[in-house]
Design a protein around this ligand. Structure first.
Ligand code: FAD
Length: 491
């Protein structure tokens, strides 16, 4: 196949890849970014909504893969949402130019400073809270819903009910910022613009309103003229060259997943930003294929960010249910983090199914008391996640405590309708770690044992951060890039 020479290649266009691209392009570097998913904006194909899953709804699958209620058959297409299935955990990831930002709920939460310090004792927390976090909130266009709109909008009844019930039960509630443009949402509600969040769009992409990375970091990087994004380019494996640069073995596909070309990219500098699972897969697969050098910390200190889903049903809802109309964008949370016995944070999640199901859905984020580990199975050439019920024991305990307390104060039962026993231990949206900052890498993300390879994505965070992770992933990437550039790593 074709051989392409490039000074810097980035693999993956999620948060880590987008930050790296912008900062390198601003510094005048020519950058090639390889993304296995589709460039949806360029393709001009609309995203589908929850009620009518179509092309964008799943990565090359015959059936939709929402966490529950998948009755839809599909023609395989390079959709935005993928699910990686392991023995005791299923991990959802985003695919396409923008990575996870295309499919996620947009919740833009800065971690608690005390927990950030516990997770990253070696980082300068003051600099993060005074500089990197404010910087990324600005770049990502984080904003907060207007309280009056929240109070009046029928699409947020689920949040109002959820908060009132939590307060009844003695929990502390909090407002959650988001990258979805709430001024746009207000105009949606008034029917002045096309609807997106109010039209059940979210995990298969938003056609309007959401400031995903293609509208923020990646757009700015493209505007410099220094960035070339090649979509539908999947890196299969990496080889270390004698000159200490890298050759990437890449397959270009069409939107049905068929291979249409094999290409090689030769680069001096390589940034791995394929997301926690993608980066680990690439490193370990390359090792299996050509003995690619790995250090012994790779795969260690991995976790699910304490993700645990649960839900409640009301037999006879005192509240009249959560409403048949629901915005897909969560704005409410319950903060029980400071409870020593049951520390958790939970999102009051929407369940926009077009009918009043009198069901409330919660995504808990807990501490990860017992970390897992990722390894490689040479026979199947796939990752193995060493993770079972023992890793989620504390999370289950918290979920039961939470539901019990909520039901006691407000009525209701555990939702068997959503999950087995009403407990979704195996649902993970936030895989983190395995290539931890300062362990598998140096203090700025340069992989140990390599001269020209940098890891900049969720794998740098040691398995837990206590809140939804993309604000932290973005801030860590900014911190690493600033230091790597000033140390002349890319000159
Ligand atoms: P990613 O965003 O995962 O990007 C990696 C990119 O690399 C992908 O586009 C992928 O296609 C590409 N790639 C992988 N392997 C290859 C390869 N071999 N070759 C080429 N390209 C490759 N977080 C929050 O903070 N708030 C939320 O509200 C929230 N909601 C979520 C909802 C859902 C349904 C999901 C799935 C996640 C959610 N998250 C949320 C998590 C958040 O989206 C992720 O933590 C974040 O996207 C991870 O960023 P990243 O830079 O590590 O990689």
């Amino acid at each position: 196949g074709e051989v392409i020479d490039a000074p810097v290649v980035i693999i993956g266009s999620g948060y880590g890849g987008a930050v790296s691209a912008l900062r390198l392009c601003e510094a005048g570097k020519k950058v090639i970014l390889l993304e296995m998913g589709l460039n949806w904006e360029k393709a001009g194909i609309p995203f589908s909504n929850l009620l009518k899953p179509g092309k964008s709804s799943a990565w090359l699958k015959k059936k939709s893969i929402a966490p529950f209620m998948n009755i839809f058959s599909l023609t395989p297409f390079t959709g935005t949402l993928d699910r990686l299935d392991f023995d005791h955990i299923n991990i959802w990831v985003g695919r396409g130019v923008g990575g996870g930002s295309l499919v996620n709920g947009g919740m833009a939460v800065t971690p608690k400073e005390s927990y950030f310090k516990e997770v990253f004792p070696d980082l300068d927390a003051e600099k993060f809270y005074n500089y990197y976090f404010p910087l990324v909130r600005k770049e990502l266009k984080v904003n907060v819903i207007d309280e009056q709109f929240l109070k009046e909008c029928p699409y947020y009844k689920f949040t109002r009910v959820g908060e009132a019930e939590a307060q009844n039960a003695g929990f502390k509630t909090m407002r959650v910022p988001n990258v979805y443009d709430f001024k746009y949402m207000e105009r949606e509600f008034r029917n002045e613009v096309p609807r997106s969040a109010l039209n059940t769009e979210v995990i298969y992409g938003n056609n309007y309103g959401k400031n995903s990375l293609d509208r923020t970091y990646l757009k700015k990087a493209m505007d410099t003229g220094n960035l070339e994004i090649l979509d539908l380019h999947r890196v299969d494996h990496i080889k270390l060259n004698d000159d200490k640069g890298y050759t990437l073995n890449v397959q270009q596909t069409d939107t049905s997943g068929n291979r249409i070309a094999d290409k090689s990219f030769r680069c001096k500098k390589l940034i791995l930003a394929a997301g926690t699972m993608g980066t680990l897969q690439l490193l370990m697969q390359s090792n299996a294929i050509n003995n690619f050098p790995l250090n012994e910390r790779i795969g260690k200190n991995w976790g699910n960010n304490g993700n645990f889903m649960t839900g409640r049903n009301w037999v006879r809802p005192l509240t009249g249910g959560t409403g048949s109309k629901q915005s897909t964008i969560p704005v409410g949370g319950i903060d029980n983090w400071d409870d020593d016995e049951h520390p958790f944070f939970t999102e009051i999640a929407p369940l926009p199914m077009g009918m009043d199901v009198a069901t409330a859905l919660y995504l808990l984020i807990n501490r990860v008391d017992k970390k897992g580990e990722v390894s490689f199975d040479h026979n199947s050439r796939s990752l193995k996640v060493n993770w079972d019920e023992s890793n989620t024991a504390n999370m289950k305990e918290n979920a039961r405590f939470f539901i019990r307390k909520m039901n006691k104060a407000n009525g209701g039962t555990r939702s068997h309708f959503l999950f087995h026993n009403g407990l979704g231990a195996d649902i993970c949206y936030h895989p983190l770690g395995g290539c931890v900052l300062g362990e598998a890498t140096n203090e700025y993300g340069k992989l140990k044992g390599h001269d020209n390879l940098y890891v900049l994505d969720g794998s740098l965070i040691p398995g837990t951060i206590g809140v939804n992770p993309f604000v932290t992933i973005t801030a860590i990437a900014e911190y690493c890039m600033e230091n790597l550039i000033s140390q002349n790593e890319f000159t």
